[in-house]
Design a protein around this ligand. Structure first.
Ligand SMILES: [Zn+2]
Length: 241
């Protein structure tokens, strides 16, 4: 209910602000805090985040465990990228690392990009890779990653593809960041592939190709950048991430 002209004008002002996508509502912070800038180019450092670890196993299905596969793909990826890139792993063994701590680690490298590696779970008929992004400066990289992962996967079906979602590892770091779900452990076909070293290596090669392309070309050829969405940092109570 509107109680006063002052409240009405405040509402009008809010309405005007929401149309100006370059302004941060309330004037808090700088727009780039929300990743509202072009995508990265010429970067040398990649922060590779193997999801879960330690007491947090992540998804488990078809005799596969997310934390183990994620770490293995992360290590394959590190081997693929070095020595052209400096690679920082948020964990290099089976240990628990808080999500917020992963963000803290990523923020130590202001010229880097962050790739978080996960494996999915869902209905048994779903299979194939998904890529999650939030920031404007992460959009081209996300597109490239989804494209290369899809090409590496022989039988994708019913997955969500490229998804803009505010997660702790897509919204909170101050660097471009994407979260990959490299396949569904609940899919027998995906699980059988992921159980092989060859396929995990193929996934790492696909991720590395996307990173090399992004380093070389930036946003070129990836279409117009999306509008920023202003939203507070993702917190523990939010959905997965
Ligand atoms: Zn996960």
């Amino acid at each position: 209910m509107l109680r006063s002209p002052l409240a009405l004008s405040a509402l009008l002002l809010l309405g005007l602000c929401s149309c100006q996508t370059n302004l941060v509502p309330g004037g808090r912070g700088h727009a780039s805090e929300y990743g509202n800038q072009p995508g990265p180019r010429g970067f040398r450092t990649v922060v590779v985040d193997a999801g879960h670890g330690g007491r947090d196993s992540g998804a488990r299905a078809n005799r596969q465990t997310e934390k183990t596969l994620a770490l293995d793909i992360a290590k394959h990826l590190k081997a693929e990228l070095e020595p052209d890139f400096r690679v920082i792993l948020t964990r290099s063994d089976d240990r628990f690392v808080e999500l917020d701590q992963r963000v803290v680690i990523a923020n130590r490298y202001p010229d880097a990009v962050l790739v978080s590696i996960h494996l999915n779970h869902g209905r048994r008929w779903r299979s194939g890779p998904e890529t999650y992004w939030w920031r404007v400066d992460s959009y081209s990289l996300a597109q490239r990653l989804q494209r290369h992962l899809t090409a590496a996967c022989p039988h994708e079906h019913g997955h969500a593809g490229l998804v803009r979602r505010r997660l702790r590892l897509t919204r909170n770091p101050h660097i471009p960041c994407v979260l990959l779900e490299c396949g569904y452990l609940t899919s027998r076909k995906d699980a059988a592939l992921l159980a092989t070293n060859t396929y995990r290596d193929r996934l790492a090669t696909a991720i590395a190709r996307a990173l090399r392309e992004q380093r070389l070309a930036g946003d070129a050829g990836m279409g117009p950048l999306p509008a920023p969405i202003f939203a507070p940092p993702s917190r523990a109570g939010d959905a997965r991430g």
